[in-house]
Write a new protein. Structure first.
Ligand SMILES: Cc1cc2nc3c(=O)[nH]c(=O)nc-3n(C[C@H](O)[C@H](O)[C@H](O)COP(=O)(O)OP(=O)(O)OC[C@H]3O[C@@H](n4cnc5c(N)ncnc54)[C@H](O)[C@@H]3O)c2cc1C
Length: 237
């Protein structure tokens, strides 16, 4: 047990939010959370909570803030950085149950997902629309989008398509203070919304700029084009 104040009321409050079975305190159950895939640094948390939905996650973070209790987020625990390990004890919040794919917008080519969505599952889902999500760490059968974002993961496809940072259009975040903030949001990628300056700068014809990333055939690297777009605007400001 770690040195910070830890009391049963906290566990009771967690159980009230997420339910009895979603809160782990048994040392045997906690064993599974004491390291990530690196296994180099081990540190057992005092407690693990597995929220069933976003609302519960928010309440857990707010509870930690209220009690000044340290917490660490965990996706699939495949990282090689020690990121999901509670080095000083405290609470591990395991987001594996936040795995809903909330929206796939085929026209504007973005999707909205919860952080616990497993990468391969997302691609499986997207394939029915003829789309794919390019960043491909080799842990894709297990790792989650939340972990990918935190680690800026990439795989072999990054040579052509870039890494996770090139594909995150927006984030909704619960800050350690419990406050919810939004960064960015879906970009409307349809040609109609690209301004003339962008088209002149890219020197592309209308057709290629509008071409979607499809599973078959030549793909247009939209992220590269958007980076160029950002640079183009920076030059003109
Ligand atoms: C066999 C294997 C192959 C791998 N191949 C690659 C590869 O090719 N390329 C590559 O880049 N990496 C690779 N990795 C590393 C790892 O899979 C990636 O870093 C992956 O993105 C981690 O995702 P995860 O869901 O397991 O995150 P976790 O390991 O659970 O967490 C990673 C970090 O993200 C944070 N985090 C997780 N979820 C959230 C959330 N919802 N909100 C805020 N923070 C969160 C955690 O606190 C932690 O700091 C590999 C690992 C293994 C074991």
């Amino acid at each position: 047990m770690s040195s910070h104040s830890w009391h049963p009321e906290f566990v009771r409050a967690l159980k009230k939010i997420c339910g009895e079975r979603s809160v782990l305190t048994d040392p045997t159950a906690l064993l599974a959370y004491e390291n990530d895939a690196l296994s180099f640094h081990r540190s057992r948390p005092d407690c693990v909570v597995i929220p069933n939905n976003y609302e519960q996650l928010k309440q857990v973070v707010q509870l930690c803030k209220g009690q000044d209790f340290p917490f660490t987020l965990r996706g699939a625990g495949t990282s090689l950085s020690g990121g999901p390990v509670a080095v000083a004890g405290g609470l591990v919040i395991h987001v594996s149950k936040l795995r809903n794919i909330l929206e796939v917008n085929v026209e504007d080519q973005y999707c909205v997902v919860e952080p616990g969505v497993v990468l391969n599952r997302l691609n499986q889902h997207l394939s029915q629309f003829g789309l794919f999500y390019p960043p491909d760490p080799s842990s894709s059968g297990t790792c989650t989008i939340g972990g990918n974002v935190a680690e800026n993961s990439g795989g072999l496809r990054c040579f052509r398509y870039g890494v996770t940072a090139n594909y995150v259009l927006g984030l909704e975040m619960i800050l350690p203070t419990g406050e919810v903030v939004q960064f960015g949001g879906p970009a409307r990628l349809r040609l109609a919304q690209f301004d003339d300056r962008f088209r002149r700068h890219l020197g592309r014809d209308r057709q290629s700029v509008a071409a979607p990333q499809t599973l078959a055939g030549e793909n247009l690297d939209l992220s590269r084009d958007l980076r160029q777009y950002a640079r183009c605007h920076a030059h003109h400001c």
